[in-house]
Design a protein around this ligand. Structure first.
Ligand code: ADP
Ligand code: MG
Length: 364
């Protein structure tokens, strides 16, 4: 083990890529503070479309040098780490660019795998903790299978492989976002830290509601690209449905200000985000109160790959909405005191099923 640790530390210190075992599949490590090393890693993964990387640290003290931990996060560290949980916190901008998310957040894990902890401790810096497969490929639990799926060009990017044999086939880590008012499970793994499928959270300002909207779209980004995403918005007048739709637009990089389309039913905005381009349709179903009117609008035809539909007054039309391949998320907003809003976000069954397979390729 000592020799393996030494060569891994040397390789990482030189900006090289190292495949290492964890309790949740083989991971791909690069010095997360070294821009060249991270670039090599992104080249290897490819097609990540701005998805953040997570990092592995050796202990909480090391984590605190790279992220700000709040009480929520500290409790999760105490309870679950080391273990198969990735905790997302506000980053301190101390890692190479491309590692933190576009929101400036950073996912941190402490693998329950002594070899990895020893390597990171000796290196004195965090390493990336993405799974070792190329994007879109199966999560690797055995080195030979991993290598067999790689093109020679990809294989050459791997400088060192720590082969620990066949690993137990565990699900990827549970990813918990602690940067909002309540912890939110971004990906469910073995550990159930909180309700995985649905989010219930409170926002304290329109800006926070817009942020949540961005995260919802990010969470379903694969679906947006492959099949499209329908976001049903429910809540009384003034609840914040339009604010939420504005957050979706902001996330998609749309500069135009969205206003409520009440009298025109639908407004269309083109977007381009990373390698994907498409349209956002902002729909208002307030006046659509009969099946006949709904059918005439043919809104179901708007759904498709690259299309995001933000549908206000979803409750009015949900029974009529055609069952298409587009994934659906329903956001119910209820006003509380002052600027408080309760958000209840549920994902449709079709989305859950698909998400499960498309999410598996990401982090260990
Ligand atoms: P709707 O489209 O549901 O009728 P709007 O989004 O047009 O509602 O309006 C919501 C109003 O509530 C806005 O004036 C917004 O500034 C205000 N607001 C206050 N707090 C929040 C919050 N936490 N989230 C969203 N909107 C909020
Ligand atoms: Mg509105």
């Amino acid at each position: 083990m000592a020799a393996a640790v030494r060569s891994a530390v040397r390789a990482l210190d030189n900006g090289q890529l190292v495949v290492f075992p964890t309790e949740t599949s083989y991971g791909l490590g690069a010095d997360a503070t070294n821009p060249q090393a991270v670039n090599q890693l992104l080249k290897y993964k490819s097609r990540r479309q701005g998805k953040p990387l997570s990092i592995a640290v050796s202990d909480q003290a090391m984590a605190e040098r790279y992220v700000e931990l709040n009480d929520q996060a500290r409790q999760i560290y105490q309870r679950w780490l080391p273990g198969p949980v990735t905790v997302v916190s506000p980053g301190r901008g101390a890692v190479a660019s491309g590692v933190e998310s576009e929101f400036g957040t950073l996912g941190v894990r402490i693998p329950d795998y002594p070899l990895v902890l020893e390597i990171v401790r000796r290196l004195g810096r965090p390493i990336t903790a993405t799974s070792a497969n190329a994007s879109g490929q199966a999560r690797p639990y055995a080195i030979l299978k991993l290598l067999a799926r790689l093109t020679p060009a990809r294989q050459r990017l791997l400088d060192l492989v720590l082969d620990a044999g066949q690993l137990p086939v565990n699900p990827p880590s549970t990813v918990i976002d602690t940067t909002l008012s309540a912890p939110v499970t971004l990906r469910a793994g073995k550990v159930a830290v909180s309700d995985a499928a649905d989010w219930r959270l409170e926002t304290f300002s329109p800006a926070e509601t817009r942020q949540v909207a961005g995260r919802v779209v990010l969470r379903h980004w694969d679906r947006v690209v492959q099949a499209g995403l329908v976001i049903g918005l429910e809540g009384e007048l003034g609840a914040g449905k339009t604010v939420f739709a504005q957050g979706v637009a902001e996330f998609l990089g749309i500069d135009e200000q969205l206003s409520s389309p009440t009298f025109i039913y639908a407004a269309e905005y083109a977007f381009r985000r990373h390698q994907a381009s498409g349209q956002l349709y902002h729909l208002d179903m307030w006046k659509v109160d009969t099946r006949r009117i709904f059918d005439r609008l043919e809104v179901g035809r708007l759904a498709g790959p690259g299309r995001v539909l933000a549908v206000e007054w979803w409750n009015q039309v949900k029974a009529w909405w055609p069952a298409s391949q587009a994934a659906r998320v329903v956001v119910r907003i209820e006003p509380g005191q002052d600027q408080r809003r309760h958000l209840n976000i549920t994902n449709s069954a079709v989305d859950r099923a698909v998400n499960h397979t498309s999410d598996t390729a990401r982090q260990p």
